[in-house]
Ligand binder design. Structure first.
Ligand SMILES: [Zn+2]
Length: 126
């Protein structure tokens, strides 16, 4: 019988596919979750900036320092860390905080911030 060879070949092929499926890295879900974690850090920083500006009657061009925002008696207990080791820039109150890995999607779009009303009220105090 000549059936042996094609069946062995097919089985070998299936085994190779299964091995590839098992051992190939799947970077995408992790990368996406890192991006989302970074974005949520940036959102948290932005909220802290807006709260700081409201509490201290700051204007949109004021730039809070690390000690203004981070610490046990500040708005965020510890300075957030990018899960992909990007570096955060706090920036002025009127600008969004940025991550050095913005080109990998570590960035906020202005409409992703829910509390922009707060920033507008800072721009034109009553
Ligand atoms: Zn980042």
């Amino acid at each position: 019988m000549n059936y042996g060879r094609p069946i062995k070949f097919a089985l070998g092929f299936i085994v190779v596919i299964l091995l590839l499926a098992t051992f190939l890295p799947e970077p995408k879900p992790r990368v996406i979750s890192y991006v989302n974690a970074c974005k949520s850090n940036l959102r948290e920083i932005q909220k802290a900036k807006e709260q700081w500006a409201a509490d201290h009657k700051k204007v949109l061009t004021d730039v809070p320092s690390d000690t203004d925002l981070f610490g046990s008696d500040a708005y965020i207990r510890a300075r957030p860390i990018c899960p992909s080791n990007g570096t955060y820039r706090i920036n002025a109150v009127g600008a969004l905080p940025t991550c050095s890995l913005a080109f990998q999607g570590h960035s906020l779009s202005p409409d992703s911030i829910t509390s922009t009303n707060n920033a507008r009220s800072i721009a034109s105090p009553p």
